[in-house]
Design a protein around this ligand. Structure first.
Ligand code: UDP
Length: 328
């Protein structure tokens, strides 16, 4: 079977690509290498079943050039990271809206089944413990830059759903909660690799806001098999699934855990949101998934503990920092 992975050189996409190749599938990666990197695919670069295409999901010709013989599409390409969304808001909005429509059109034309990755951001400021797929969205003003990501992804979901219900495309939607692991970079905002890099280089860990806000961090290797299982399973199509860990941690606790796990002498500093992200920023105070639907459908369970997940990031960042020092 041949699969297209958009965003396949990114953090989650590269782990998915490795998984699909490991199942002896052929993989076409389409990536514009804006936040992805060739290094992420280094372990599989010479594999004859892998083809890497440099191009944007917003370019219909680039997408079309990947489609020959493709039976499954995993659409992961997107502008990601809170820093990216806050600094390049218009570009991000366009990529996240237009790219999904172009890829859905390709699925329709080629009768390929498609999984579209959405985000827990669509729940916005809903702080229920155990957010369910049918829960209401609580989002702020459309003029606040942060919400543009949630708005784009929510519309992507509606598009995907309608391509399924009105046009007969076989679709699966997943809402990824905070997903972390090796290869994730801190420079686009993601807190775990940022804290780990800060701890390993002896800099203060920058806790934004009060630090009392909570998140649940799921290991990427728990998420990736579920993506494949859901798209393979015809009875899973036509709906949306939360994927994440139930283990809640406050951001201040996370900073303390990272300092302990790295045996770092770093301190913790509190940084006001405005300083971190610019004016008009709103954060979510809590974001905890209920994953019963994915558990029932494909047996999804986050098996890695938070400590194991943090340790995996530490090992990866240590190796990266060593390589960077050796290359100077
Ligand atoms: N965060 C932080 N320090 C950082 C980066 C992020 O305190 O250096 C906070 C951020 O404000 C948020 C949480 O960590 O409350 C998770 O941020 P991330 O960008 O990783 O994910 P998201 O906000 O999308 O859940």
């Amino acid at each position: 079977m041949r699969c297209l992975v958009t965003g396949g050189a990114g953090f989650i996409g590269s782990h998915l690509t490795e998984r699909l190749l490991g199942e002896n599938r052929e993989v076409v990666v389409l990536d514009d290498f804006s936040t992805g990197s060739e290094q992420n695919l280094a372990a599989v670069a010479g594999d004859p079943r892998l083809r890497i295409v440099r191009g944007s999901v917003c370019d219909p010709a680039a997408v079309e050039s990947c489609m020959e013989g493709v039976e499954q599409i995993y659409h992961l390409a997107a502008a990601v990271g809170v820093f990216t969304i806050m600094q390049k808001t218009l570009d991000s909005l366009r990529t996240n809206l237009l790219g999904t429509e172009v890829v859905l059109d390709a699925a329709l034309r080629h009768d390929a089944r498609i999984l579209v990755t959405s985000t827990s951001e669509v729940y916005g400021k809903n702080t229920s413990i155990g957010l369910k797929e049918d829960d209401d969205r609580v989002v702020g003003s459309p003029l606040k830059n942060r919400w543009s990501y949630a708005e784009a992804k929510a519309l992507d979901e509606t598009f995907t759903y309608l391509y399924g219900s009105e046009l007969g495309v076989r679709t699966v939607l997943v809402r990824l909660f905070n997903t972390v692991g090796p290869r994730q970079r801190g420079r686009y905002g993601m807190v775990v690799p940022r804290f780990v890099d800060q701890a390993l280089t002896g800099q203060p860990l920058t806790v934004f806001g009060t630090g009392r806000q909570t998140r649940c961090f799921c290991h990427v290797l728990d998420v990736v098999p579920a993506l494949v299982a859901l798209l393979d399973d015809e009875s899973a199509h036509g709906t949306v699934y939360n994927l994440g860990s139930p283990e809640q941690v406050s951001i201040e606790e996370l900073a303390e855990l990272v300092i302990a796990a790295t045996a770092s002498s770093s301190s913790i500093v509190k940084v006001p949101y405005q300083e971190a992200y610019g004016a008009g920023y709103e954060d979510m105070q809590r974001r905890v998934p209920n994953c019963a639907r994915a558990a029932q459908q494909v047996g999804f369970r986050a098996v890695h503990s938070l400590r194991e997940t943090i340790d995996a990031v530490i090992d990866d960042r240590r190796a990266q920092l060593r390589t960077a020092v050796a290359g100077r």
